[in-house]
Design a protein around this ligand. Structure first.
Ligand code: PEP
Ligand code: MN
Length: 380
């Protein structure tokens, strides 16, 4: 097994994941962020999305610390069925909205193949949690989507099992798999898990896929997150994912391993000092539209926003369809001109920036017409 790197791709048990398939390593794009390149990518956010205010505060902390992706769980795999299980779809909507507001792609966990169609609408990077690393129907379903996947290592998974799990996704046609070492279960109980940096250094050699490290779950202790992040950077990780919370003592999950604002700032300072020594650099803050930048930065941002708009429009049409079905069941007419007028007036009173109120109204008139057309089509 440990000699994988020296065997030929044809003899490998995971020919698509093996380093020999792409000796220079894969670069995987999540929105405007590249994983597996020279940038050491910081992913930060709360363990779980708890409320709009908590998420907004955590996301602001993350963005200010230079995090490039925002994390947050809406579906939480909790050891106890009585523990907070996450907000579900409303949590996903909050996360996506916050990510868009800050120009940060979002990563969130999907726990089953059944939930995938929903989660994929909101996530830019789909996380498979440690407990689901060998959920083969889920892995196969993720192999058929057009978005990147973050595959965490199982609590007791060997390196080979982990790479074979990645192979499941790759073999279904999705080439965008990122690995994440998050600590394994050992005899040691002084820390929540044992962060296996052996595996990090080994897997970087065995596979071309980018490899991240999660020192929050890897240690379970806030005070160990900075030293283990530094170790991960030095040992060749392509980035880290850390949990942050504006008030860790009030967190509904994993408060003891979540960084508060000063600790997060300390983390960035340490990583920024260390990165050049190992030939890496930390990412820039998310592009600010009022600063001069390269054209592609603006284009990527616009592409990201367009994708978000399409997602929102699809969601609006879906809700409209449900509303139309309710109206039909109640024998009510589909169209309500007075309500349409009210909606347009409200839209026109919003601050549209470069778009004046007339432009906003025209855009929304069109959206409403198209939604009604869809509703009429969907009428039984
Ligand atoms: C998480 O990152 O939210 C998480 C639950 O981690 P893991 O699956 O590694 O326990
Ligand atoms: Mn957690």
């Amino acid at each position: 097994m440990a000699t994988e790197g020296s065997t030929s791709a044809t003899r490998s048990r995971y020919p698509l994941a093996a380093r020999s398939a792409k000796p220079d390593g894969s670069r995987i794009q999540v929105g405007a962020v590249t994983l597996g390149g020279p940038e050491f990518v910081l992913i930060a956010g709360p363990c779980a999305v708890e409320s709009e205010a908590q998420l907004a505060a955590a996301a602001r902390m993350a963005a200010q610390a230079g995090a490039r992706l925002l994390r947050g769980g809406a579906y939480k795999p909790r050891t106890s069925p009585y523990a907070f299980q996450g907000l579900g779809e409303p949590g996903l909507a909050l996360l996506a909205a916050q990510g868009q507001a800050l120009g940060m792609p979002v990563v969130t966990e999907v726990m089953s193949a059944e939930e995938l169609p929903l989660v994929v609408r909101y996530a830019d990077l789909l996380q498979v949690g440690a407990r689901n690393m060998q959920n083969y129907p889920l892995l196969r379903a993720l192999g058929k989507i057009g978005k990147p996947v973050l595959l965490k290592r199982g609590l007791s998974a060997t390196v080979e099992e982990w790479l074979l799990a990645a192979e499941y996704i790759l073999s279904e046609g999705n080439p965008d798999v990122v690995l994440c070492e998050r600590g394994i279960r050992t005899f040691e109980t002084a820390t929540r898990n044992t962060l296996d940096l052996n595996a990090l250094a080994l897997v970087k050699r065995l596979t071309h896929l980018p490899v991240l490290v999660d020192p929050s779950h890897g240690t379970g202790r806030r005070e160990l997150v900075v030293p283990l992040s530094a170790a991960a950077l030095a040992a060749g990780a392509d980035g880290i994912m850390v949990e942050v919370h504006p008030e860790p003592h009030k967190a509904l999950s994993d408060g003891e391993q979540s960084l508060d604002e000063p600790a997060l700032q300390g983390l960035t300072k340490t990583l920024a000092a260390l990165a050049p020594a190992v030939g890496r650099h930390l990412g820039d803050a998310p592009p600010r539209l009022d600063t001069r930048g390269h054209l592609s930065v603006y284009r990527q941002r616009i592409d990201h926003l367009d994708a978000g708009l399409v997602r929102l429009l699809a969601e609006r049409a879906r809700i409209g369809l449900l509303l139309g079905q309710r109206k039909a069941a109640a024998g009510l007419p589909l169209r309500d001109p007075q309500r349409e007028q009210e909606v347009l007036e409200r839209i026109g009173s919003h601050e549209g920036g470069a778009l004046d109120s007339g432009a906003l109204r025209r855009i929304f008139q069109q959206i409403m017409q198209e939604t009604l057309r869809a509703e009429e089509g969907g009428r039984p």
